[in-house]
Design a protein around this ligand. Structure first.
Ligand SMILES: CC(C)(COP(=O)(O)OP(=O)(O)OC[C@H]1O[C@@H](n2cnc3c(N)ncnc32)[C@H](O)[C@@H]1OP(=O)(O)O)[C@@H](O)C(=O)NCCC(=O)NCCS
Length: 188
């Protein structure tokens, strides 16, 4: 288990970070946190109307509740007390790639600004990897914006490899995203 305070954390000491799967009761808090962290990371890239269209399509309590209640999708939360400081969400591969039947895709991985570099994302990722392996996935897939250097450095640490690229639409703005794959089955 990663100690979230062992790194250069700016999280205050004294309170433990806890991790658990989301339940429908988390839908409202998750919707707000997800929209806030997406905006904090990417809002500067888009015209306001494109950002608003994307947020409306992707976030909101009802959408988050539907995703949490979907048995094929898994959502993990990182919390400090009752405050959300990170989340990850994964499910069936939803990109146009040739993939194994039981492969999984990491849809989202976000931590609050003050939780970056503190091991929180790492623990969330370990949960995702354990879940994908337990489900018999041969690979975990993800899509990452071409200029998201921090996320790319994070994913590279796990051994994700560049496979392809595709357009990721935010409103009417087309981003160029990289499609990366991590093999989960040892070749030995
Ligand atoms: C992506 C994210 C989950 C990673 O979590 P994190 O706690 O920041 O990750 P870490 O600090 O453990 O690792 C980040 C890596 O990027 C490096 N890094 C930090 N700032 C960087 C920058 N500006 N450019 C390039 N690399 C950078 C770090 O040195 C580290 O690499 P290293 O382990 O090789 O030294 C987190 O940064 C985040 O929530 N970002 C905003 C949302 C996002 O982009 N999500 C991914 C969408 S695909």
């Amino acid at each position: 288990m990663v100690d979230p305070l062992s790194a250069h954390a700016s999280l205050s000491r004294g309170e433990e970070t806890s991790y658990r799967r989301a339940t429908a009761a988390d839908a409202s808090a998750l919707a707000a946190f997800a929209a806030q962290t997406f905006s904090a990371t990417f809002a500067h890239l888009y015209p306001p109307q494109d950002l608003a269209a994307y947020l409306a399509k992707s976030y909101g309590e009802a959408i988050q509740r539907q995703e949490i209640e979907d048995s094929g999708i898994a959502t993990w939360l990182a919390l400090r007390g009752s405050d959300l400081i990170g989340y990850a969400q994964a499910g069936p591969v939803d990109m146009k790639v040739e993939h194994g039947q039981r492969d999984r895709e990491l849809y989202r991985l976000y931590v609050a600004a003050h939780a970056k570099g503190a091991g929180v994302a790492q623990t969330l990722m370990q949960n995702v990897l354990g879940w994908a392996r337990a489900g018999g996935a041969d690979a975990l897939w993800l899509s990452v914006w071409e200029n998201n250097a921090r996320a790319q450095a994070f994913y590279r640490r796990y051994g994700f490899k560049h496979v392809d690229e595709h357009k990721f639409m935010v409103g009417n703005t087309a981003d160029r995203d990289f499609i990366w794959r991590l093999g989960l089955v040892s070749d030995l």
